[in-house]
Design a protein around this ligand. Sequence first.
Ligand code: ATP
Ligand code: MG
Length: 335
Amino acid sequence: RNYKSQTECRGDINRLSAPFLAIYESLIPSEEEKEKQKQLMALLNKHVTREWPGARLFLYGSCANSFGFRKSDIDVCLALGDADIDKSEILLKLADILKSDNLENVQALIRARVPIVKLMDPVTGISCDICVNNLLAVINTKLLRDYSKIDVRLRQLAFIIKHWAKSRGVNETYQGTLSSYAYVLMCIHFLQQCNPPILPCLQGMARTYTVNVDNVECSYFDQVEKLQGFGSQNGESIARLVWGFFNYWAHCHDYANDVISIRAGRLVSKQAKDWTRRIGNDRHLICIEDPFEVTHDLGRVVDKRSIRVLREEFERAAEIMQYDPNPCVKLFEPY
Ligand code: ATP
Ligand code: MG
């Protein structure tokens, strides 16, 4: 079957919302789990501030951006005021300190792309990665969390898309598919461009929050409680949005010319960003602009083989959403 962007959505789409919402509910972390995360953070904080009195610990990534599933690991950033520190030295020292407490599997991975200390806390059962001075990740975590407070459909959609990507094996950056972070940006973009929009463009509004990190100015409107009801002009159901998301990436997006940008709140051209050709390992076959590091394409991990895999998966999902009587089974079938 060959249907294009003008495809009419199936008539019975809204009856599919209940099973999607049930999946979403089943993936949300419990309050108990959040408590355990806090408990582990308090323990880590105690050790860190004893050694480095001015240091601070931040949660980032899915455990803090509101898009985390239950039973996931936590990502922690150790922020030391001094920019000129030797990260390896700090991480080795941190590993030594934490080993002396009863934490398990403490390892310093100092040669990784993002060097970290890994550990497991036997009391809470939580595993954790700690990096040093990765503050942009802390800020983009806040941006994502702020977006999720505006309209609950973002969190619902992103959970379903992440669950789909994990089930179908297309959430593996080392195999050339996309990170969870990239999928959440794709969901935000989708909800910004629908008509009427379900999400605003926070970086296009009066700034109420500004920080400078690694020479990048990060600023946006963060008083999101004032934006409650922003998307209420658009009454689309979650099932209809899932359908729309896959239809967008299967049949509407112009991969050859367009970059999605939640910073701009619309598409921008590859031409304007000079992302039209391969430079080094960056092929720009699907372009997702980082909201703060604007020279950074989250799609850069995607290569000639994996772009085919991704697009075939989007097409498969769009087809299931359009024709399958019970899409929730097929959509999440293990690959
Ligand atoms: P999961 O539930 O799959 O663990 P996650 O949100 O922790 O999801 P990751 O993609 O591992 O997903 O990213 C963790 C955090 O690291 C993100 O929230 C983001 O702050 C940051 N991050 C990840 N990849 C990038 C990137 N390429 N550029 C900038 N920041 C990134
Ligand atoms: Mg993570």
